[in-house]
Design a protein around this ligand. Structure first.
Ligand code: ADP
Ligand code: MG
Length: 711
């Protein structure tokens, strides 16, 4: 019988369904799809986490602790016991004058029967020190027949990220089949080596094969570090795809029309004159950029990055006056009610004296008040509307929305931002958008992450701020800190104590579990500190509390009715409490620098000298020490972002959470930052000379999900 020929995959851009592979029924396909693996092409890109080297045998005497190895040996003795739990120990030897113990905690009777003295085994695992020399816990193994000598593998065995419901062997076989369907380079390659930045890198096909089936002499250290040329090649193409997709969105955006807000700016001048302070140079510069965007008949798409306290709100208020002057409405959305309330207070104080009506729309505005606010928004009587997610809801209709301001944009979902933008006037116009963030990221990253936006930086703090003194302290010195809090509160100051959890708890993979443990840790700290600090009014906020409860506590802290606020990182985007002058962060070594910097920004907002204490669990690694030192040495968020990138430790914040970026399969913005100039040059070249190739690159990597960051 002739073998059935499987259809070759459609070439780049097209997708081959998984049903083209043998052994993929509906059930398996569903499990794979749940993991985002819907096509043969997706399997190509499901890359190994690590590799096991079964290409050679290691003598037991040469085994090294912690280094995975393959051993061929004969069973010498078997011990089956029960101490706390069932235990099976198999001593094996290979004539190299050393013994290895294979140790099992879970095993079946049939397995025990296999291990008779004299039986030969080939096994693989990671040796560790045991009671009687080296041991391997739960090795993978096979029993060899009397004179069987199976061939050694030619390439390293890939270990793939697990797919729930699909065993590792099945997954490996399917990926192997998918790789057999890889077309020849000519049909697969979208980026010939003649393009800038590709010289010296392998092609796509070779890269995929090198990563799925690395030859035994591959540079494993490079693979583990993610710097192997094959990895760089894939990361480059993936970054390029994302960058191109954003650039395309930007081009599409520029073709839309918006109301040109090019009035004389009289209201803006009056506002500036009425402020109790002078704008900083950076605020003036950024406002001029915003103003020139708004004057154009295409929608502004500008991101303003500025450190906490750099004064972004007043720039937004100035932009709002231009919209009002042009006869339109402004919506300003903040991610939490408290933050939105703060904006409301500021905008009312600044804008109402100019005769501008500011309305308020949040979840807790209900009944008559809500109906009245909605009516004002719909009629246009309210020129500026401040609120939370409530602004984005369906029932909210604007009379003539021309400017949308979104604060802390990464806290909003893409759909929410789109929903707000879509509330603009119907006749082919869209509102201008101003997006603000307190998480500065380095310029090259911003060019990639926000390629659909123009980016401005308020890189200067208003004068007269006392810098926050930062110290790193071992957790053993906690009692001293408790004293310090007592002293500060006795002087009428307020303090924050931020609890963060150690990694294990967050990493157990169960959604929600991290938040739960985190909340428990905060509750424990709250109880301890309440006991240790009689006379100090202690409050608690964490992510598992009801929103209303959180708000009440935050407000009490703001009003000075609570002296010490114990919190999880939920306070990160938070409230201005100028009287708070002490910030304590537990397990600081586990947090990203950007996040620590944000937390620190909660203090130092008033006249009093403030301090931030970073508590760490000793011993501190050299890298962790260096990272904490960065925070001690500088208060400039942009410098911190650059260092963060250079030092890159665990828990960095350049991923999806902070930037609102789509997750990458292969690329890692921090690790691959060096590729970004190449990515930008390549993108320029393709957009100019080969837009069809640009489209295919985007389709291959992003496909239908391309609308993610458009808002
Ligand atoms: P952020 O950029 O963190 O949103 P805000 O807009 O909340 O900062 O500003 C922080 C504080 O600084 C506010 O009290 C604001 O009124 C004040 N502020 C803003 N600009 C200036 C300035 N140029 N000089 C002095 N104070 C300013
Ligand atoms: Mg702000």
């Amino acid at each position: 019988m002739k073998p059935i020929r499987r259809p070759a995959p459609k070439l780049a851009g097209g997708a081959t369904p998984l049903s083209a592979l043998r052994g993929v029924g509906a059930a398996v396909a569903e499990k794979l799809a749940a993991r985002g693996l819907a096509t043969v092409q997706d399997l190509w890109l499901h890359l190994p986490l690590r590799y096991e080297d079964r290409t050679r045998l290691t003598a037991i005497a040469d085994l090294r602790i912690g280094e995975p190895a393959q051993v061929e040996a004969t069973v010498e003795a078997v011990e089956r016991g029960f101490r706390y739990r069932p235990l099976l120990r198999v001593a094996v030897a290979d004539g190299s004058h050393a013994t290895l113990v294979l140790r099992f905690f879970h095993f079946r009777a049939a397995q025990v029967a296999q291990f008779r003295p004299g039986v030969r085994l080939r096994c693989f695992g990671t040796p560790r020190p045991g009671q009687y020399g080296l041991e391997i816990v739960h090795p993978s193994y096979r029993v060899l027949a009397a004179d069987e000598a199976p061939e050694l593998g030619e390439s390293l065995d890939p270990v793939y990220p697990a797919v729930e419901g699909v065993g590792p062997a099945v997954l490996r076989r399917l990926i192997g089949q998918a790789l057999d369907l890889l077309p020849e380079p000519a049909a697969l390659e979208l980026l010939p080596p003649s393009l800038p930045g590709l010289a010296g890198l392998p092609g796509l096909r070779d890269s995929l094969l090198a990563l799925h089936r690395p030859p035994s002499d591959v540079d494993l250290a490079a693979l583990a570090a993610g710097t192997h040329p094959a990895q760089r090649r894939l990361a480059l193409e993936e970054l390029l795809a994302h960058h191109l997709s954003l650039r395309r969105q930007r081009l599409a955006q520029q073709r839309l029309r918006a109301r040109a807000l090019d009035g004389p700016g009289a209201l803006a001048r009056r506002l500036t004159a009425s402020l109790p302070f002078a704008l900083t140079g950076a605020q003036q510069r950024v406002f001029e950029q915003v103003r020139s965007d708004l004057a154009k008949p295409s929608p502004m798409q500008r991101l303003v990055q500025g450190d906490v306290g750099s004064g972004k709100t007043v720039v937004a208020a100035l932009a709002a006056t231009l919209a009002v002057e042009g006869g339109g409405q402004v919506a300003l959305a903040a991610p939490t009610e408290l933050l939105a309330e703060q904006h409301l207070a500021n905008l009312r104080a600044w804008l109402e004296p100019l005769g501008i009506r500011v309305a308020w729309l949040a979840g807790k505005v209900t009944g008559k008040a809500r109906a009245a606010a909605l009516a004002d928004v719909a009629s246009g009587a309210a020129q500026v509307v401040v609120g939370t997610h409530a602004l984005m809801q369906e029932g909210v209709a604007f009379h003539d929305l021309v400017l949308v301001v979104v604060d802390e944009q990464h806290r909003f979902g893409v759909q929410q931002r789109l929903a707000l933008r879509d509330k603009g006037p119907a006749h082919g116009h869209v509102p201008h958008q101003l997006v603000m963030t307190a998480t500065p990221i380095p310029r090259t990253l911003a060019m990639t992450a926000y390629a659909d936006l123009d980016v401005s930086a308020i890189d200067e703090l208003p004068p007269g701020r006392t810098p926050v003194t930062t110290a790193a302290l071992s957790a053993e010195r906690r009692p001293e800190l408790v004293e310090r809090i007592r002293a500060a509160c006795a002087e009428g100051r307020q303090a924050y104590w931020v609890c963060t959890l150690i990694e294990e708890a967050e990493d157990d993979g169960k959604p929600g579990q991290g938040a739960k443990l985190q909340a428990q840790a905060a509750e424990r700290t709250f109880e301890q500190l309440s006991q240790q600090l009689p006379g100090v009014r202690v409050g608690l906020v964490h992510g598992r509390m009801k929103a209303a409860q959180k708000q009440t506590t935050m407000r009490a802290f703001k009003d000075g009715d609570i002296d010490l606020l114990v919190a999880t990182t939920v306070i990160e985007v938070g409230v201005d409490v100028p009287n708070a002058s002490l910030m304590i962060v537990e397990n600081a070594e586990r947090l990203g620098l950007a996040q620590l910097h944000q937390l620190r920004g909660r203090v130092g907002r008033g006249a009093a000298a403030s301090s931030c204490v970073l508590l760490y669990q000793p011993p501190l690694s050299a890298l962790a020490r260096q990272r904490l030192d960065v925070l001690r040495q500088t208060g400039d968020g942009f410098v911190i972002a650059e260092k963060d990138l250079a030092l890159r430790g665990p828990g960095e914040l350049l991923g999806t959470r902070q930037t609102g970026l789509a997750a990458f399969r292969i690329a890692d913005l921090a690790r691959d930052a060096g590729l970004l100039p190449q990515v930008h040059a390549l993108a320029d070249r393709l957009l100019e000379h080969s837009p069809d190739i640009a489209d295919r690159v985007v389709a291959r990597w992003i496909g239908g999900a391309a609308r993610y960051a458009a808002a």
